[in-house]
Ligand binder design. Sequence first.
Ligand code: ATP
Ligand code: MG
Length: 218
Amino acid sequence: MSDKPDIVAVMGGTFDPVHNGHLRSALELKQLLALDEVRLVPCHQTPHREQPRRSSQQRLHMLDLAVAGEAGLRIDDRELRLDQPSYSVFTLQGLRKELGNEAVLFWVMGIDAFAHFTSWYQWREILTLANLIIMTRPGFELVSESEEKRLWQERAIEVSELHMHPSGKILSISLPSQLEISATYIRQQLSRGQSVRYLLPDSVISYIGTHKLYVKAS
Ligand code: ATP
Ligand code: MG
């Protein structure tokens, strides 16, 4: 029997810092869809937005602290090992090589991120390598004439079809617990000297405090 996982979901992000919105949604996806693994993949440099404020090693360390003792979540630092901007397509190429052609691979994103998906570098290639899981949010709709909306309609699958397609499909899902937490809000609160307790794990808060990571306005 192979020890390779059969169904893997990948959540990329800056994780500056990781918070309970990331962690809870990753765990819920794993449970709801009976995934073998959810990998959190911090990016090194990001092509789509300004650079993260904390170093790669600090963001990685916070992720390690956050998932300690949680067997369902795994940190994958492949993007941090490269001295180049992080592009999802390269990450997925690496994962596909490791997991093999049969594995069912998902790239996870919020619907707000998916709204710009066709501007991503080599987005068509991304869909030959992986499926997408799109986490819907109440009140957020795709623009009706957009290419993303068309893609979504053409490639939609149901949860019952999850095992059937290694790549190329789109599964949209509304998670039961949607935590409206953002790292931006956490950075703001910290820079104002306010408590961020209950928004992210205590172990991460303690690390942030010890190293004074977000004391300046950001
Ligand atoms: P920032 O405020 O700096 O943009 P963020 O909180 O949005 O940070 P990211 O690192 O940008 O976090 O997001 C990483 C991934 O996690 C993305 O796929 C994003 O859609 C998802 N995500 C972010 N916040 C939440 C949340 N509250 N619930 C579920 N998923 C989330
Ligand atoms: Mg964000």
